[in-house]
Design a protein around this ligand. Structure first.
Ligand SMILES: [Zn+2]
Length: 246
């Protein structure tokens, strides 16, 4: 059985965020168990997302087919399906993650905020604030804040990342410049154990990330067959799924 089918089943079993319910107008999710209509809606979304992944991802953290053009501003909406436990979401990548009319990697500094735990790194301000809230909860458990190793990556930064990986003979570990998920200022690479599967910090993220709007893309899950690089450290902020937002 394919990873996508397994993922679809897993997510179909779990999908149920308030906002997702509202978005698809699927009030029946309130009922105990998932009525068939809801399962159908969810599966349509998951299969669509999986196809995007199959057809699009051939570079780490980016869509080769994505054009670095502006998208409708502000949100990730019907383009993502996520599971409220935070295990995964299907990332359609590319302009599906665009906001504010900006192109990938060319977001004005005025739209970004420095991260409190890593002031040299920046992200969209609501994402940085959500990260602070999550890091505080994480620190209550582990005694130290979440370590962030990368956040917003501008176009020049994407070019250097590509060059750096290529110099090590691993070109496929970096996205084609202009297509990186990090170019939208909503993606983070996390350390301190989160960067490894089967650790308590990683498990904490799986259990609690969604409480702050952070999700792990299916393409970064271990052993994703169509995307050879598993990336436990890579997490993305979905503004529409942040429970603290109205
Ligand atoms: Zn990343």
């Amino acid at each position: 059985m394919s990873v996508e089918v397994l993922a679809a089943r897993q997510i179909a079993k779990k999908v149920g965020s308030q906002r997702f319910r509202r978005r698809v107008g699927c009030g029946c999710l309130v009922a105990v168990g998932l009525p068939l209509m809801c399962v159908g809606l969810v599966l349509i979304g998951i299969v669509g997302g999986a196809q995007m992944v199959l057809g699009g991802f051939d570079e780490a953290e980016g869509l080769a087919s994505a054009s670095p053009t502006a998208g409708a501003g502000g949100t990730i909406t019907a383009d993502v399906s996520y599971d409220p436990d935070g295990s995964t979401f299907v990332d359609r990548g590319g302009s599906a993650n665009a906001w504010g009319g900006y192109a990938n990697g060319v977001i004005p500094t005025s739209e970004l905020c420095a991260l409190s735990m890593a002031p040299s790194l920046r992200a969209r301000c609501d994402a940085a604030q959500a990260l602070d809230r999550m890091s505080a909860a994480y620190a209550a458990q582990f005694g130290e804040p979440i370590k962030v190793t990368d956040a917003y990556r501008d176009f020049a930064g994407q070019q250097s990342a590509k060059a750096s990986w290529c110099a090590r003979g691993k070109c496929n570990m970096a996205a084609t410049p202009g297509t990186s998920n990090h170019g939208w200022a909503l993606a983070f690479d996390l350390g301190e154990g989160i960067n490894s599967y089967d650790t308590a910090p990683y498990a904490w993220m799986k259990n609690h990330g969604s409480e702050f709007g952070f999700f792990h893309p299916t393409w970064a899950e271990p052993g994703h067959k169509d995307y050879a690089k598993s990336e436990p450290w890579h997490w993305q902020y979905l503004p529409d799924a942040d429970p603290s937002k109205p």
